[in-house]
Design a protein around this ligand. Structure first.
Ligand SMILES: Cc1cc2nc3c(=O)[nH]c(=O)nc-3n(C[C@H](O)[C@H](O)[C@H](O)COP(=O)(O)O)c2cc1C
Length: 221
């Protein structure tokens, strides 16, 4: 039986935000959110933030019902595009073809930082998607070749058989690319950098795309 009082007690007793938080000098922020993302990413790596390249991707179906999951960020380019790769037949892939807008969120608890990205999503074409697939480890290529991501798995034994078959196909044809493997890009229209403050005066800096440049605003916490 679920003891909901205990869950509440456990949750409310948990601390939030590290004792030592980095300084975010908004006046010193670069003109481009990509430059600031690089500064924060390097700081996260140096601080030993686990998996700083893991981000939550939120999509919505055609009726506007949202869903989210964690993915790896594959690249960020100077034009403000954040990249991820997945199976286009998965739930998120289907949602993106019905509603081509998405949001990303990075959360780095050791530093009390989150970065939010929002914008339309494009596929990058077979060449770049294929290159992403071929750069994956052998086990991730086999998993991706199996496909069927997000379908109901009625018999777990089927998965082991399908993975073994995919491994054999890859051994025969190492240049094989899974047909639905897709590198996507979120073209940021908004990027927000959020820095926690122990006194709760959290700092929020939002970049909004304005033609070829970016407008910057502070937001109320
Ligand atoms: C740290 C982490 C990294 C992940 N990276 C990816 C990824 O790069 N691509 C991917 O398709 N799924 C990745 N997943 C699995 C997804 O979270 C998700 O379960 C899967 O893509 C199916 O999502 P969907 O049913 O909403 O389409 C990752 C999960 C975790 C926890």
């Amino acid at each position: 039986m679920v003891d909901d009082q205990m869950i509440r007690h456990l949750l409310r007793g948990l601390p939030v935000f590290a004792d030592e938080l980095p300084i975010f000098d908004v006046d010193d922020a670069p003109a481009s959110p990509v430059a600031l993302f690089m500064v924060w990413l390097k700081a996260a790596i140096e601080a030993g933030v686990p998996e700083p390249h893991a981000m939550t991707l939120s999509t919505a179906d055609v009726a506007g019902r949202p869903s989210s999951r964690v993915l790896i960020c594959k690249d960020v380019d100077a034009d403000g595009r954040w990249y991820f790769a997945t199976n286009s037949a998965s739930r998120k892939g289907r949602e993106l073809s019905a509603n081509g807008h998405a949001a990303l969120n990075f959360y780095w608890p050791r530093q009390g930082r989150q970065i939010r990205v929002r914008g339309p999503v494009q596929t990058t074409g077979p060449e770049r998607s294929g290159a992403d697939f071929l750069a994956r480890s052998p086990s991730s290529r086999a998993e991706a070749l199996v496909g069927r991501q997000s379908e109901i798995l009625a018999d777990p034994g089927e998965l082991a058989t399908a993975v073994a078959e995919a491994q054999a196909r890859l051994a025969d044809a190492p240049g094989l690319v899974a047909k639905d493997w897709t590198l996507y890009a979120v073209s940021a229209e908004e990027v927000e950098f959020w820095q926690a403050d122990r006194e709760r005066c959290h700092i929020r800096l939002q970049y909004v795309r304005a033609d070829a440049s970016w407008a910057r605003h502070r937001l109320w916490p």
